[in-house]
Design a protein around this ligand. Structure first.
Ligand SMILES: Cc1ncc(COP(=O)(O)O)c(C=O)c1O
Length: 402
């Protein structure tokens, strides 16, 4: 049991709290599912890029999937081994490509033919061979929220099978490109096995034809996307998930790369917030708290549901309909909508659950709100891993206003 009251007394609110033991448990569970084959977990840094959290995963043996050179640098600073780092993303600037090549990471994951030519040119200038993979878009519906669905042709990600084949043949002939990986990622928060299975079959088929053309692909990267329980979702069996991938591959000798983000950290994180006051009108009851959409954007962005717990001094049992809202000047600023909760009073604690993924990493300074502090729990001990921002931190980079 985490003592959120004590943590909020010690660190103030809004506060992110991450249970690192839970992250380890998730890591080992997924690694176990893949144990029958060569595999590598490359944590998707975008889910939560805190350096201590990255270091924790690096110590477990994790690699990283990054989508900017900033994330690559974070991973390296945290001690992730360079040969376990993948750089993906639909738009990479020349300088990012150059730095990634100079840092000699495992591979750049390419998402268009145009990008391939840029990488080739930059590798030529550097007189090196760029290790690459190609993100293939299998046109499979992951049956998740449209904003986090990425494996359909209407999405901007990856290239279709025909274009991928053409790119592999080109890359294989180039002196500056070395195609070593094949990649797909069909979406996030996926709670059914079939879309993963269907995608793996399509891409493994492509892999077979590439091997037949003497293109020596070593890494079969299945992306991330394994969903977690926010409310009452059925989650997939990791065993079945991995078995389907093994079956799609048959006896093809490759290292399976998996890029979990949400699965590793989502349910390990909490956003702790304090009640400021309650407000009612003839239609609604609002519980106004000190965290807002700038701290946790998912409810506003996707109408995502986060379960919550009220820690109150008052022993009231009766619940009524309410919205939990923040102080930001947007009607879309809410953490929960139309939920039933007990009456609250000033300084009661509300803990928003499942906030470890796409929580702090999507936070902003909107309304000039300094971002929350972050705390890690390891074996029951708490440790501050990111200081609360001060308004001075926000003003520091602004110049020439006098
Ligand atoms: C290429 C890639 N890999 C992995 C992930 C992680 O996804 P998830 O957090 O759903 O596991 C993402 C998320 O957008 C992604 O784009």
């Amino acid at each position: 049991m985490i003592d959120f009251q004590q943590l909020s007394n010690k660190y103030d609110t809004p506060l992110y709290v991450y249970d690192f033991n839970e992250i380890s448990k998730n890591y080992y569970e997924l690694k176990e599912a893949f144990k029958a084959r060569k595999s590598m977990l490359c944590y998707a840094v975008k889910a939560n890029s805190n350096l201590s959290l990255l270091k924790h995963l690096a110590v477990l043996g994790s690699g990283c999937d990054c989508v900017s050179i900033g994330e690559v640098k974070r991973a390296l600073v945290a001690g992730v081994q360079r040969y376990k780092i993948i750089f993906s993303g639909v738009g990479k600037r020349d300088i990012e490509i150059k730095e990634a090549l100079q840092k000699d990471i495992l591979m750049l994951n390419l998402e268009s033919e145009e990008e391939m030519y840029r990488v080739e040119k930059i590798a030529q200038e550097l007189k090196i061979e760029a290790r690459i993979s190609i993100r293939v878009n299998p046109n499979i519906d992951p049956k998740t929220h449209p904003y986090i669905s990425t494996g359909l042709h209407e999405n901007k990600f990856g290239v279709d099978i025909q274009s991928a084949k053409k790119m592999y043949l080109y890359a294989n002939r180039s002196n500056s490109l070395n195609p070593i990986g094949i990649h797909f990622h069909i979406g996030s928060q996926i709670t059914q096995t079939t879309p993963f299975k269907d995608a793996a079959i399509v891409i493994a088929d492509l892999l077979k034809s590439l091997k037949a053309a003497n293109i020596d692909i070593k890494f079969f990267d299945v992306g991330g996307g394994v969903g977690i329980r926010y409310k009452d979702e059925e989650t997939i069996s990791l065993y079945e998930y991995a078995q389907n991938i093994f079956e799609s591959l048959g006896n093809q000798d490759v290292t399976i790369v998996c890029e979990p983000g949400r699965y590793l950290v989502g349910n390990s994180g909490y956003l702790v917030t304090k009640v400021l006051y309650e407000k009612r009108n003839d239609k609604k009851r609002f519980v106004i708290v000190d965290a807002a959409m700038n701290d946790l954007l998912r409810p506003s962005l996707y109408r995502a549901y986060h379960d919550f717990e009220l820690i109150s001094a008052k022993d009231s049992k009766e619940k009524s309909l309410a919205d939990i809202v923040g102080p930001i000047c947007e009607s879309g600023d809410f953490l929960a909508k139309d939920i039933y909760m007990q009456e609250t009073q000033h300084d009661d604690i509300i803990v928003m659950k499942s906030a470890g993924a796409y929580g702090f990493s999507m936070s902003s300074n909107y309304n000039s709100r300094p971002r929350a502090a972050e705390v890690a729990l390891v074996d029951g001990k708490d440790r501050l891993i990111r200081q609360r921002e001060a308004i001075e931190d926000l003003l520091r980079l602004e110049i020439d206003f006098i």
